[in-house]
Every structure is written in C-alpha cells, then in structure tokens.
Design a protein around this ligand. Structure first.
Ligand SMILES: Nc1ncnc2c1ncn2[C@@H]1O[C@H](COP(=O)(O)OP(=O)(O)OP(=O)(O)O)[C@@H](O)[C@H]1O
Ligand SMILES: [Mg+2]
Length: 351
C-alpha cells in the first residue's frame, strides 16, 4: 500500500481532527480518521492558549493513526487571516508574484511586512477590460508562527498552510463531482466560526468567515442551566438531560438558529447585490454545529434554498472492516475541512 503523502490536520476551537487518505492506483481510500476534543479555553478566538493541550491532542491522534508520514496540511482562520477578493490590472501569475506586496497593500489592514501573502487569479473581469479578479490571502506572520511552532514541536512537517473555506472547496470538488446546480454555497458551522464559500461552476466567487458558531449555544446552556462546559456540551448533544426542561432547551436552540440564519442571510444578500445576480441553488452544510436541532430546516425555510448535509467520505473507498460506517456518517459533517486538507498536494502553495 502506498504511503500517504500528507495528513490533513484541522485544529478547530473545540477539537482537533486528523484524516489520512491513501492515494494508490486503485483510487483514493480512507486510511485514518480521528478526532480529539479540546478542553474549554485551549483555543480562544483562534489564538492558541494551551500548547500543551494541543500537543496532547495532535500527538495522540498521530500515534493512533500509525501513520508513516509526518507531512501535514493544516489551516488557519480568525482575525489574523484575511481572505479577500479584489480587482486589479490584468497581469500574469509570475508578474503578480513579483509585485504582490505592492498590489495587496491597499487591501490588507495590517502592515504588509507583518503578513505572509498568497493569491489566486480567478480570471479577467468581463465588465471592465484590462482588469482581473484575484483572491488575496494574508495571514499575520506571528500568528502563523504560533501554529507552525506547534506543528513542528510535534515533529511534524507543515507542507501546506491553508484556510478553512478553501479546504472545504477541495473537499467539495472531490466528494461532489456531479452536482447539477451551478451556484452553490458551502457553509461550515463550527464551534467559533461559520465559514462560507460560494462557488459558481466550481470556482470560488466569494468567501467569508463569520465569528459565530456552536460554542455560543454551549455558553447559553451553561448560563441558563447553571452547568459546566462539559455538561452543557452533553446537554446540547441530547445526553445528560436530567434537570433540563426540554422546552427551555429548544428555546435556546431556536434563538441560536435564528441568529445563524440571519447572519447567513446577510452574506447571501451581500453576494447577490455586490458579487453576482446568480441565485444560489443549493447549500452544502457541514461542521459539527450543523447538527444543532432545527438548523437545517430553518435554513431551508428562511433562506429558501435546499440544504444538503455534507458527507466528505462519499467519494472515498472505505474498508468496512476497518471503519464503522455509522460512526463515519455521524462525524462526517465535522470532518469536511480535515478531508479537504488531506486531499491537498505538497505542491499547493503556502500562505
Ligand atoms: N450533535 C450535536 N448537536 C449539536 N451541536 C453539536 C453536535 N456535535 C457537535 N456539535 C457542536 O459543533 C461544534 C464543533 O464543530 P466543529 O468540530 O466543526 O468546530 P471546530 O472545528 O472545533 O471549531 P472552529 O472551526 O469554529 O474553530 C461545537 O460547538 C459542538 O458543540
Ligand atoms: Mg472547524
């Protein structure tokens, strides 16, 4: 069996996920999938607060995986990372590479010397001759260093540094190659962030990270029922319900779902007024918090767009003797980013 070249490592606010995909001649096969929950406060606003907790989680997963590779693709998010679509004068990839600092400077709210930059040329802008659309990705160097330092301290080699919305796109391209709808939105509802990536004919048109997620539901359960974080997480997932009035719990879910949906509505409105008139035909929903009671149905009814829950394993070969299919099905939406990272190639650029 071929040695997998890259491990997908998704360092989320609530858990670390690891995925390995074996790329042999027979096709792509799932080799390893693992998730290690983090203690509350290990990562706050995407900033690493407890390197030791993360080391234990990452080290444990890597050991479990029995992987022979140490190459990893991981992703960054949060306030120190900017993903922006801009319009600039048409030029070649090589030319832009040379002058990226100068071209990007007006769009980046940090000192250009303090960031690492990457870009992706989307293509010419038909409405305005001589211009092209470019996606800029900028991440603060000290922020990247924190994550790089963590990964390297585990004796792992970071070969790709990605951002969540693009990892989702890679997962989607691979997992859903035959989707009929032309314009789709990938929506990943995590613990602290909702990532959105709107694609047209498979190419990203607009991305946005919203600083809201399932963690706010946990906090509200903690406050309302006066319980600790762990218990609140369990209540949220439907266990440890003694002393919990289901009607009150449903109200909490309802409020959060309404908030998520109205934030999403704003993004979709922005897209349709500023980016493209094309109606979004389908939403592919992922992230652990996609399981929040009532979210899918509220999105369908309020946004008026059909929603499909993502299964990032659907196009992979799965050895049924090694994996429990029900478990894979259950954790699938949470693993969307990690699968996208595991599908990255070493030649993919770094931020
Ligand atoms: N069955 C469930 N019902 C409701 N919420 C759930 C369920 N399972 C997980 N969640 C919630 O999903 C969130 C975790 O999702 P995910 O793993 O995608 O986030 P993350 O990657 O750790 O965070 P982020 O990407 O925002 O930094 C948590 O808030 C968790 O409580
Ligand atoms: Mg996440």
């Amino acid at each position: 069996m071929a040695v997998p070249k890259i491990i997908g490592l998704d360092i989320g606010s609530s858990s670390v996920k690891m995925v390995e995909i074996d790329r042999s001649k027979r096709g792509y096969e799932l080799q390893y999938v693992g998730m290690a929950p983090l203690l509350d406060g290990s990562i706050t606003d995407k900033v690493i607060k407890s390197s030791s907790a993360l080391s234990v989680a990452i080290g444990g997963l890597h050991k479990n995986s029995k992987s022979k590779t140490r190459n990893v693709a991981f992703s960054l998010a949060g306030r120190s990372v900017i993903v922006k679509q801009v319009t600039m004068s048409s030029m070649s990839d090589a030319q832009l590479e040379k002058q990226i600092d100068m071209e990007a400077e007006p769009y980046i709210p940090f000192d250009i010397k303090d960031v690492n930059l990457d870009f992706y040329i989307m293509g010419d802008r038909p409405e305005k001759e001589g211009t092209m659309d470019v996606v800029l990705v900028a991440a603060k160097k000290d922020f990247i260093s924190e994550y790089l330092g963590l990964v390297q301290s585990m004796n792992l080699t970071p070969v790709v540094v990605d951002v969540d919305p693009f990892a989702l796109e890679v997962m989607y391209e691979f997992s859903y190659p035959n989707v009929q709808e032309e314009v789709v939105a990938l929506v990943n509802v995590g613990a602290s962030t909702i990532n959105v990536n709107i694609l047209k004919s498979g190419a990203s048109q607009y991305t946005k990270d919203l600083p809201v997620g399932g963690d706010s539901v946990t906090r509200e359960i903690m406050r309302f029922f006066d319980v600790d974080y762990e218990r609140a997480e369990n209540i949220k997932r439907g266990s440890q319900m003694d002393g919990v009035n289901p009607r009150n719990l449903r109200k909490i879910f309802q409020r959060s779902v309404d908030h998520f949906v109205s934030e999403l509505q704003k993004i979709l409105d922005f897209f349709s007024t500023n980016v493209s008139y094309d109606p979004i035909q389908k939403i592919f929903l992922s992230g652990g918090a996609s399981a929040i009671y009532g979210l899918t149905s509220a999105m369908e009814s309020e946004l008026n767009i059909p929603v499909e829950l993502v299964d990032p394993f659907r196009s992979l070969r799965i050895n049924e003797k090694a994996f429990d299919l029900d478990y894979l099905h259950q954790i699938g939406p949470s693993m969307a980013v990690a699968v996208g990272l595991a599908l990255r190639d070493e030649k993919d650029k770094q931020v």
